[in-house]
Design a protein around this ligand. Structure first.
Ligand SMILES: Nc1ncnc2c1ncn2[C@@H]1O[C@H](COP(=O)(O)OP(=O)(O)OP(=O)(O)O)[C@@H](O)[C@H]1O
Length: 562
């Protein structure tokens, strides 16, 4: 028989005075006690105190309570940082207390762990409250109890270990989450450990402390391990990959924390730790990248050829500079203004998953991500039938590109708060393919500038954007003889020019454009130019809930009204 959540209602004392505290199956709320309010309305009214109490009232969803603990020898002013000037009265000394830690929302999607202590004179009542809240928390089965934590001690400003120990571990401890912590000793340590050694049965989730590179390691390890354990072959083209059951939490401690920012809305370790504690779950699409029929890598954020590929290649040579290298390499790559020729082929996504320019941003509980995607509907025989059908739907664009970007998510970050593709979705089984054709430096600058302001970066004649399920890129130097011949025949005069430029590209001594760039795959260089990309809908899950609409939570009383 299902356990019924216990409801309680008592008058207890908090640091703001006597209050009515209510526990239901969904909320814990407290507000100024009726008797106090009536007294405050009469001659004993003290506006200063009444205001303070109003501020102290709250309605906290049960799922956002971090923990409840009996408070021994507590000081009623301790949770607000107030110091008691007077010794405790004999009445206070006879009181029993319990402290509730809960999620409190701050500005810019930040969460913090707040506390409230309730006191009462009866030990039985205090125990009743403690037990009732603990029982309710025990019903929240999506919360992790045991986590495997990987810390990159060299990520970002090399503060990963300190961030974990000072900001995250105390929250896990308060929430009674046990952890096995591995501080990595080399690159790919976490990936290899997850792939082969880790006893994943023991854990409810994995946490990585570091930047996007560290997350990518953990993701690769987890996906590979899941496929191996379930008999799926990630190297086989067209294989339906098996979703990973363990969730991944990201504690941001890198120089780029784009995945964390796009899924939580902030780069704050405490916020991430709290999303893990409350057991949030955010599915996320993953792209698999292949070249010459061989699996290369997975990507969850940005795949960029041309501008972003060149910028990453240059910045890797300047690692000694730290995060400032991205700015310098960005300017250098912009000034070089290189373009690359090639052919992009893609399979458009279904219309029910929106379009890159529809301004429907992916937010917590996104409707579009809850639509069954084409990728999900495909399996077995159906898969082959639909794939055959889809073959006719491939679109082909040949041209000279300054950048080819595939955004699996918005790629929002503090510098570009709306991101590379503001309406891209985390889990709808698609990727937004952005083609920036050759244009003047000034136009390209205008396009880049629009990533930082409110203007539409796709509203330029030289930019095309498509929501796709699969795409391929073939650089001109890899195009087959028949494709090149076709192109030469397409325009006579142009043909001659292209013929000569083809000779030039084969002779680097003449100093003309390089024939191809490389791909920036979530911040890692992929040396291949010709690739094939397929989106795997909701292949992994994060301890996150997507970016919340902030306004709902501005008023602590709003939740009571919901
Ligand atoms: N102990 C280690 N020693 C050296 N490299 C490591 C170690 N642990 C992890 N790495 C590697 O460090 C790379 C960068 O890590 P991370 O993403 O955490 O930091 P970052 O500063 O954001 O990275 P980047 O410098 O790429 O922006 C990752 O690709 C990861 O494979």
């Amino acid at each position: 028989m299902e356990t019924q959540p216990r409801a309680l209602c008592s008058q207890l004392t908090s640091q703001h005075g006597l209050c009515d505290v209510t526990l239901t199956g969904a909320f814990l709320s407290w507000k100024e006690a009726e008797t106090c309010r009536r007294r405050a309305a009469g001659h004993a009214y003290d506006p200063r105190k009444a205001g303070a109490f109003k501020k102290g009232g709250r309605c906290v969803p049960l799922c956002e309570i971090v923990a409840v603990q009996e408070t021994e020898g507590e000081d009623p002013g301790a949770d607000t940082g107030e110091r008691r000037s007077a010794p405790r009265s004999p009445a206070e000394c006879n009181q029993h207390a319990f402290t509730v830690s809960y999620v409190e929302r701050g500005r810019k999607h930040r969460w913090q762990c707040s506390e409230v202590t309730f006191r009462c004179t009866e030990s039985r009542l205090c125990l009743q409250w403690l037990q009732a809240i603990k029982e309710q928390l025990a019903l929240l089965t999506t919360r992790p109890k045991r986590l495997l934590v990987y810390i990159n001690p060299y990520g970002g400003k090399q503060r990963g270990k300190r961030i974990y120990e000072q900001k995250v571990a105390p929250i896990f401890c308060r929430a009674s989450i046990s952890t096995d912590v591995i501080v990595t000793e080399r690159a790919n340590h976490a990936r290899d450990h997850l792939k082969t050694e880790a006893d994943l049965q023991k854990y409810d989730g994995i946490v990585c402390v570091g930047g996007d590179g560290m997350f990518s390691e953990v993701m690769h390890g987890l996906i590979s391990r899941t496929q191996r354990d379930t008999g799926a072959d990630q190297n086989c083209s067209g294989e339906t990959l098996v979703e990973c059951s363990l969730r991944v939490g990201i504690i941001p401690a890198g120089s780029t924390d784009c995945v964390c920012y796009a899924t939580v809305g902030s780069n704050d370790p405490v916020t991430s730790a709290l999303h893990i504690v409350v057991g949030d779950s955010q599915p996320m699409d993953v792209c698999s990248i292949r070249a010459d029929d061989t699996f290369l890598r997975y990507s969850v954020s940005l795949l960029g050829y041309g501008f972003y590929g060149d910028m990453l290649t240059d910045s890797e040579r300047k690692r000694w500079m730290g995060p400032a290298r991205y700015d310098l390499s960005g300017v250098k790559t912009f000034l070089s203004h290189r373009y690359y020729e090639g052919t992009v082929s893609f399979l458009l996504a279904d219309s029910n998953v929106g379009t890159p320019r529809d301004k429907l941003q992916c937010r917590s509980g996104c409707n579009i991500c809850q639509q069954p995607s084409a990728d999900k509907r495909l399996c077995g025989k159906e898969d082959r039938a639909l794939d055959g059908e889809a073959k006719g739907a491939w679109q082909v664009i040949r041209g000279k590109f300054l950048a080819i970007n595939a955004a699996c998510m918005s790629c929002a970050c503090p510098r570009s708060p709306k991101g590379l593709s503001p309406s891209a979705h985390l889990a709808n089984g698609t990727v937004d393919l952005i083609l920036v054709h050759k244009c003047s430096r000034l136009d390209f600058f205008r396009h880049l500038l629009r990533h930082t302001n409110k203007d539409d970066q796709f509203d330029h004649p030289f930019v095309e954007v498509y929501r796709v399920r699969q795409f391929r890129f073939t650089p001109r130097c890899q195009e087959t003889a028949s494709e090149l011949e076709l192109e030469l025949r397409e325009g006579d005069g142009v043909g001659r020019a292209r013929f000569f430029s083809q000779i030039c590209r084969k002779h680097p001594a003449c100093g003309c454009m390089p024939t191809h760039s490389c791909w920036n795959c979530d911040g890692e260089i992929l040396p291949h130019a010709g690739i094939e990309v397929r989106v795997h809908c909701q292949l992994i899950k994060l301890f996150a809930r997507g970016i919340e609409e902030q306004t709902v939570f501005d008023d602590p009383y709003t939740l009571c009204a919901i």
